[in-house]
Structure formats: C-alpha cells, structure tokens
Design a protein around this ligand. Sequence first.
Ligand code: AMP
Ligand code: ZN
Ligand code: FE
Ligand code: FE
Length: 295
Amino acid sequence: MNPPASAANPAVGLPAHTVAGSADLHLHTYFSDGTFAPEELAQRGAQLGLVAMALTDHDTVEGCARMDLSCRGLGVEFIPGTELTAEFDGHEVHLLGYFLDVRQPQLLAEIKKFQTVRQERIHEMVAKINEMGIPLRAEAVFTLANCQSPGRPHVARALAQEGFCESMEEAFERFLKKGRPAWVPKYKISALDAINLIHQAGGLAVLAHPGLNRCDHVIPRLASDGLDGLECFHSRHSSTQSVYYLALAASLNLAVTGGSDCHGFSKGKPLIGGVRLPGFYLAKLMEARRFSKLS
Ligand code: AMP
Ligand code: ZN
Ligand code: FE
Ligand code: FE
C-alpha cells in the first residue's frame, strides 16, 4: 500500500526524517503477552530500519520507560502507548493510546484496576480447568507470565508447558475460546472512558484493527466521541481493508496509523516491521499530536 503521491512532497512543518521512513506503531513485549523484552524489540526495529516505534502492551505502560531509553540510544523515535480493552454497544474494541504521559495518575490507577482484574481472572480460569480434573496451578501461570497483565495466552502456554495440552492452539480450542469451559469474560471499560483516559494522559486515541472487530458502524460514533485515529494498516487487514479504512479515516477526519501487532514468538514468527505505517502518515500523526497539545 503506497501513500498518496503528495507523500513525496511533505507539507511544510512535518518532521522530514519521519516522512522519509516508516514506522511500526503496534508492538507487544513480555509486559503483556509478547515474548520480547523492550530492549530486544527496539534493537530488532532499528535493524529493520524503522524510524519510529510505539509500544502498545495490553492494559499497561510498564515497558515504555525501558523501550524509550533503548530507542534513544538507537536513534529511533519512540512513542509511548498502550492498547486498552474497551467496549462499545456490546462490541469489544481495542483502543490504542499514543504519546501518553506514562506517569499520569488516572491512567496508572486504571491500569492497576485492569491488572488486578486480569490476575483474578487467571485464578477463575484455572479453577474452571481444575474442575475438569486438570491439576494446573495458578502459580505456574503467574510464574510463566511474569508480568502484571496476564491473560489467556499465558494460561494456554502453561497448559502446553505442563503437558496438559499439545499446543497453545489446542488449549484455546479445548478450554479458553469464548464458549469453552474455562472461558471467563474480560474486564473492559467503555470506549468513551478509554478515549477520555487517553486524552487525560495527553495522548491520541486510535481504534485498533477495525477489520477484526466487524463493527464498522460504531466508528462514526466513536469519532464524534473524540476518537483521533484509525489503525488502517495491520497484519490481519487485507489491502482491500486498508484502502477501505483509509477512505473512512479521510471522511471522518481521523489520523491514520498502522503496525504489525507483533507478539514476538508467542504467535508464530515475529511480525515486527512486517506491516508499516508510511512516513507520510507518521508525520501527520505527529502533527495531530502537536495540535492536540496546543488546543
Ligand atoms: P485475553 O486478553 O486474555 O482475552 O487474551 C487475548 C489474546 O489471546 C489475544 O492476544 C489473542 O490473539 C489471543 N487469542 C485469542 N484467541 C486465540 C486462539 N484461538 N488461539 C491463540 N491465541 C488466541
Ligand atoms: Zn496480545
Ligand atoms: Fe488488539
Ligand atoms: Fe495488540
């Protein structure tokens, strides 16, 4: 997917070094369900020639300080972010926050709540698995997860590691998928609360991977509720979908973002850099941030 022809001639005031390069603005580390350390992710991104990276771990910003430090050393622009679990009209949606003040008290308080509930959910899932006669221990999941935001992938990995399943896929199929015996719903905040929380922390709020949500009808309403951008480029979007969401973003005056949604080795091969946001859109996003700070 190429940016419009005007990308070759960046508007005055856009940061030139970003226009010329490309970015990956959707990345996970082991602070949620990825496998890489922030430093490892930064290093890989730099090797792949990314000019900017954003860390968007689920419901946490814990890895941002370390990744910021690494990116600085590598001359890569770093955008502190998160991916918040939210809902709108009964649909689960993920809201990406970019350019966050990762020390903002309300954001940290909400993250604490997310993490407490995620940890309780692990106990609930393990109890259901135990009821089925499988002696998985919650401690095994927490030890393996080694993070404050554990989730189903950690339970799946523990089941596979302890020999109760052949693979993570089997664990999801037998126990963890929605409708399966150990499925426990996840704590979500309203999309409006997520957008407001991101704004309070000085960030821009972007709807993640709309192509996976199958609820495009909510996008105009989210836009009028303050949504700033749409993730048009994503590893699981077809090029047709990317084109569709680019047009939708333009019609709703939303910024365009994109990234690989790399989880390291936890979902097959590392996707980092596989889907990139063209520099033109990155520059526009940075400009949108500047204006949001001014207003
Ligand atoms: P959670 O946030 O705890 O509900 O877990 C969500 C994570 O589990 C996401 O990263 C998904 O990609 C992953 N996931 C969901 N369904 C499956 C599945 N069938 N197989 C493998 N991973 C899955
Ligand atoms: Zn994930
Ligand atoms: Fe997501
Ligand atoms: Fe993600």
